[in-house]
Design a protein around this ligand. Structure first.
Ligand code: PSU
Ligand code: MN
Length: 285
């Protein structure tokens, strides 16, 4: 099985692209030979394997579903709320129900102003506490990529490129940072994850770059990034609002191109996660 998050659907992508992408991710997991389980919280109940109708309900703007990190899960259940789970929230649930592979677009990480704001995504600490393999196209370029890689090192989370020695930059194939490890195929990924899981209690990050024909040009990317950082600063947003605001400004500046890239990479990651989950299951039996 492959766990899929819902923050990207409810807070990350604009409607109606969000639900289309969610359906394409589920299809991609199945093509990879695995079963998708989209995870979220509906009226105080964790649902592992939301139906498309339930997902559409969760994404309705009038519902104001909360963005749920791992720490918010207990509260959302006790107070009977609706919520979309981030990577942190999703892997906390996945590991408890025995799902060990998940796919997302870009992992959260250390924000550029972390020295003052202390803003570091709980995706990192959650990945250090749950034995789940996450497939992502690196971390979003709105973040401090170098600092994020250093934190993953400290937290004991392995980072391996999928058929690359370069850490991906989400909208672009190369963030400018090198990786020590590269995986040739899904069989190597599964073997490395299973052996790591015997030696450690942390999760595992497989970094899968967006395909060449879909990456943003450097001009477009750098302009959008500057504009997004400026926008977040001028709005003075903090906490869980920061990432959605940055992503929305990227979409506005690139006239929707960033959403197209995001869409391609997350579907590709779901497909790879499906193939890795299949290899993990074969390896176990
Ligand atoms: N990947 C995307 N779009 C997103 C996210 C990831 O392509 O919107 C979400 C994930 O749910 C991730 C979250 O866990 O952004 C990180 O948010 P924060 O920085 O507030 O921890
Ligand atoms: Mn944050």
């Amino acid at each position: 099985m492959v766990a899929l998050e819902t923050t990207i659907v409810v807070q990350g992508l604009p409607s109606p692209t969000n639900l289309e992408v969610a359906a394409q991710c589920e299809a991609a997991v199945r093509t990879g030979g695995a079963v998708p389980a989209t995870i979220g919280v509906l009226e105080g109940r964790i649902v592992v394997g939301l139906t498309s109708a339930e997902l559409a309900q969760l994404a309705e703007s009038e519902r104001h579903a909360a963005k749920l990190s791992a720490r918010d899960l207990g509260l959302s259940l006790a107070l009977k709320r609706d919520g979309a789970t981030t990577v942190a929230g999703t892997i906390a649930i996945a590991s408890r129900v025995g799902i060990d592979v998940m796919a997302t677009g870009g992992l959260g990480g250390v924000h550029r102003d972390a020295r003052e704001s202390y803003d570091e995504s709980a995706d990192l600490t959650s990945l250090s506490r749950n034995q789940v393999l996450v497939v992502a196209s690196g971390v979003k370029s709105i973040l401090d990529v170098g600092a994020t890689l250093e934190r993953l090192d400290t937290l004991g989370v392995p980072v391996a490129g999928y058929q690359t020695n370069r850490f991906p930059g989400f909208y672009q194939r190369d963030s400018g940072f090198a990786l020590d490890w590269s995986l040739a195929d899904e069989v190597e990924a599964a073997a490395a994850f299973l052996i790591h899981s015997e030696l450690s209690t942390t999760g595992f990050l497989v970094a899968n770059p967006v395909s060449q024909e879909h990456e943003l040009s450097s001009d477009q990317h750098d302009g959008a990034l500057a504009s997004a950082l400026e926008r977040a600063k001028s709005l003075g947003v903090t906490g869980k609002e920061v990432t959605p605001v940055l992503l929305a400004e990227f979409a506005r500046y690139t006239e929707g191109q960033s959403v197209v890239v995001n869409r391609h990479l997350v579907v590709a990651n779901a497909g790879l996660a499906g193939r890795i989950a299949t290899a993990v299951a074969r390896n176990r039996t």
